[in-house]
Design a protein around this ligand. Structure first.
Ligand code: MG
Length: 297
């Protein structure tokens, strides 16, 4: 489908050297793309002004997905600490690390809603016995849920409990729908990986449905653009799906894709983390912005 990519757009490889790159986020104030090398236990930054990449931090307790909050600070998931935390100018503090008396498995990816609430997925990859992406450990609550945490009240509640390994997540532009990918559907059941859409009512999710099966491989990180289209990772590409799940575009990528985000000064550059490398391609879309800047009371 014409029109989703900028005229003459090509996939550029910006950096190679991660073991498993993940968790990209665009930092508007510094024009940098920050992302994780989860097994490498470090955080990298690509400087779009210079084209250079530098190590932001090491020994970070297996940080994975991240986003920015209403103030522009980074909110990130730590497998090693089994928590969601905030990096405010290099000062890292915990946000939430337990529910109902137990620890989370290993929070994987996170979004912040317009009301400031933190929504995140909690699959078990960071407590796997291999120790590749965290510290071997036991699940405490016996499931893999999506949680919503309200920092104003200090209350965490599960919002999605019917997925195998919920992983990437993103809201529709008006935050009426939450899209969540399930890597476990493939890895545990051998069934096609899929993305589910849940209707959102306030602080809860109601009806959920499969909106797309994604082939090949698993769908991990995803983002929604300002027209509601889903930009999803797959094994061999980025796939752009309509809100109803129809494939509109495939962008081939030469390594297995983990995650992606929009960035650049005008917000239309698509950054893609794919195994050892960071890629970029120019598009005509941009990330959905929060429906209104409803700051925390
Ligand atoms: Mg992920």
């Amino acid at each position: 489908m014409a029109g989703l990519l900028a005229v003459g757009a090509v996939l550029e490889r910006l950096y190679t050297g991660t073991v498993w790159g993940e968790g990209p986020v665009w930092l508007r104030g510094t024009s940098r793309l920050r992302w994780s090398d989860v097994p490498g236990d470090r955080i990298l930054e690509y400087d779009a002004r210079t084209g250079g990449t530098s190590v932001y931090a090491t020994g970070v307790e297996y940080v994975n997905g991240r986003t920015v909050d209403l103030r522009g600070d980074v909110v990130q998931c730590s497998h090693g600490r089994r928590r969601v935390e905030r990096d405010a100018g290099g000062r890292v503090t915990g946000i939430v690390d337990r529910w109902a008396g137990g620890r989370f498995n290993s929070p994987n990816d996170v979004v912040v809603a317009a009301d400031g609430a933190v929504w995140f997925t909690d699959p078990p990859y960071g407590i796997h016995e291999s120790g590749r992406e965290g510290h071997p450990g036991e699940p405490d609550y016996g499931g893999c849920f999506v949680f919503r945490y309200d920092e104003r009240t200090g209350v965490a509640e599960p919002v999605v409990t019917d997925m195998v390994h919920p992983n990437g997540l993103a809201f529709s532009p008006d935050e009426s729908v939450l899209f969540v990918s399930d890597t476990g559907h493939l890895q545990v059941h051998g069934a096609p990986a899929h993305i589910r859409a849940y209707d959102v009512a306030g602080d809860r999710c109601t009806a959920g449905r499969v909106v797309a099966e994604v082939r090949p491989g698993a769908t991990d990180g995803l983002r929604v653009d300002d027209r509601g289209r889903i930009w999803s990772s797959s094994a061999d590409s980025v796939q752009v799906l309509s809100p109803a799940g129809e494939v509109l575009q495939r962008i081939p990528v030469p390594e297995v894709v983990s995650n992606l985000c929009f960035g650049g000064d005008d917000g239309t550059d698509l950054y893609v983390t794919a195994t050892t490398s960071l890629y970029r391609i120019r598009t005509t879309a941009r990330a959905a912005s929060r429906p209104s800047a409803r700051p925390s009371a």
